[in-house]
Design a protein around this ligand. Structure first.
Ligand SMILES: [Zn+2]
Length: 95
């Protein structure tokens, strides 16, 4: 899988994805032990980021990443831009 890697202003390599609710979400480019974000490729748009339940993590060994929100010192800035179009909180992960 080839995701487009960008550089965050903090210097980290990140992948811009979006959630099912169409919220932009920067994800660390490196897969990480303890990661809980699954990226899926989508044609002609940014990857889909799904934050998995703890119980679902084992199904995707070596493929999970961490939200860059967790580690970035510019996280506040991201959150502001990501919540411009405020709507009711979307329920995610339940099916
Ligand atoms: Zn950053």
């Amino acid at each position: 899988m080839n995701f487009e890697v960008k550089h965050c202003p903090c210097g980290a390599e990140i992948i811009w994805a979006s959630t099912k609710a169409n919220k932009a979400m920067p994800v660390n480019a490196e897969v990480a032990e303890g990661g809980n974000v699954l990226l899926s490729e989508r044609p002609h748009r940014e990857p889909l980021a799904e934050v998995l339940e703890v119980t679902a993590l084992d199904a995707h060994p070596g493929r999970l990443r961490l939200s860059h929100f967790a580690t970035c010192r510019f996280a506040e800035q991201f959150r502001k831009t990501a919540t411009v179009r405020r709507r009711k909180p979307a329920r995610e992960g339940s099916s």
